[in-house]
Ligand binder design. Structure first.
Ligand code: HEC
Length: 174
């Protein structure tokens, strides 16, 4: 009886150790499921500007790329890969002709940012958590709500094109 009790204790302990070593590894080795960012990083609208871009086609917007302090420092020091904790944001607006500005200039030449468009996107650096997607967690929010997984699975395959620059397309605009 005593032996069985000891054996039980040992079995329970081993199970505990196993759970600690292999935390909820529900998928096969080497096939880690991608993890996405589901919360909007606070304060991102106050971050500093990395650069701007204009997209035609379906996107048809004008956009700004912003970085948190870690991002801006790495950009300015030209350090790659970006350090853990780096977050890069992409915000965008409709690309609107400005009648008001054109009137002042005396001819049609002015375009400005209109209403917010194409959601807000983020890339969050955490090499462990987001190991399956190059160390970056991808996020897309429409009106504050996270996009569907189907949308988020498109991010990494395309950003892989710029693996040499740590998956970040935008260069720092001095
Ligand atoms: C078809 C290719 C493609 C897909 C898909 C794509 N991106 Fe990008 N992304 C780009 C390119 C090119 C840029 C740089 C030009 C720009 O900002 O428009 C960029 C810029 C960014 C930036 C600014 C940092 C950088 O790399 O320049 C972030 C953040 C970003 N994308 C996040 C995302 C997220 C999140 C998704 C998925 C919801 C996504 N991207 C899907 C091509 C892509």
């Amino acid at each position: 009886m005593r032996r069985i009790a000891v054996l039980l204790v040992v079995v329970v302990m081993l199970a505990g150790v196993a759970a600690w070593i292999f935390p909820s590894s529900g998928h096969g080795a080497g096939e880690a499921a991608p993890v996405f960012v589901t919360k909007i990083p606070p304060g991102y609208r106050d971050w500093r500007l990395v650069s701007v871009a204009r997209e035609e086609g379906e996107l048809d917007d004008i956009r700004a790329i912003l970085g948190n302090d870690l991002a801006i420092r790495a950009y300015r020091e030209e350090k790659l890969p970006f350090p853990e904790g780096t977050i890069i944001a992409r915000i965008a607006w409709s690309y609107d002709a400005s009648e008001e500005n054109n009137k002042t200039f005396g001819r049609a030449q002015s375009f400005v940012a209109g209403h917010p468009k194409n959601g807000v996107q983020f890339m969050v650096k955490d090499s462990k958590k987001y190991a399956a997607t190059g160390g970056w967690g991808y996020a897309h929010f429409n009106d504050g709500k996270p996009a569907e997984t189907a949308v988020l699975t498109t991010c990494f395959p395309c950003h892989q094109a710029i693996k040499d620059r740590d998956y970040i397309f935008t260069r720092y605009a001095p």
